[in-house]
Design a protein around this ligand. Sequence first.
Ligand SMILES: NC(=O)c1ccc[n+]([C@@H]2O[C@H](COP(=O)([O-])OP(=O)(O)OC[C@H]3O[C@@H](n4cnc5c(N)ncnc54)[C@H](OP(=O)(O)O)[C@@H]3O)[C@@H](O)[C@H]2O)c1
Length: 47
Amino acid sequence: MAKRIYIAGHRGMVGSALSRALQSEGDVELSSATSAELDLRDQKATC
Ligand SMILES: NC(=O)c1ccc[n+]([C@@H]2O[C@H](COP(=O)([O-])OP(=O)(O)OC[C@H]3O[C@@H](n4cnc5c(N)ncnc54)[C@H](OP(=O)(O)O)[C@@H]3O)[C@@H](O)[C@H]2O)c1
């Protein structure tokens, strides 16, 4: 069963490198959202 992982900041330097590294391992289901789609400073939106 694939691991489901949310990558915060997937368009940034750290997040994009993390996405590439995890994808190369395979058997992972990555999800993400841009800051315009989901502002992680908004506690209600992230619940
Ligand atoms: N780079 C380093 O060497 C380094 C070292 C130590 C610690 N850090 C820390 O690691 C984190 C990422 O660094 P980075 O260099 O990858 O930064 P970056 O290239 O500027 O990328 C930042 C990412 O965070 C997202 N983001 C910013 N504000 C957000 C918000 N309010 N809600 C949701 N997403 C938001 C951006 O999304 P959008 O593109 O959609 O706007 C972008 O994908 C930072 O906290 C930084 O301080 C970095």
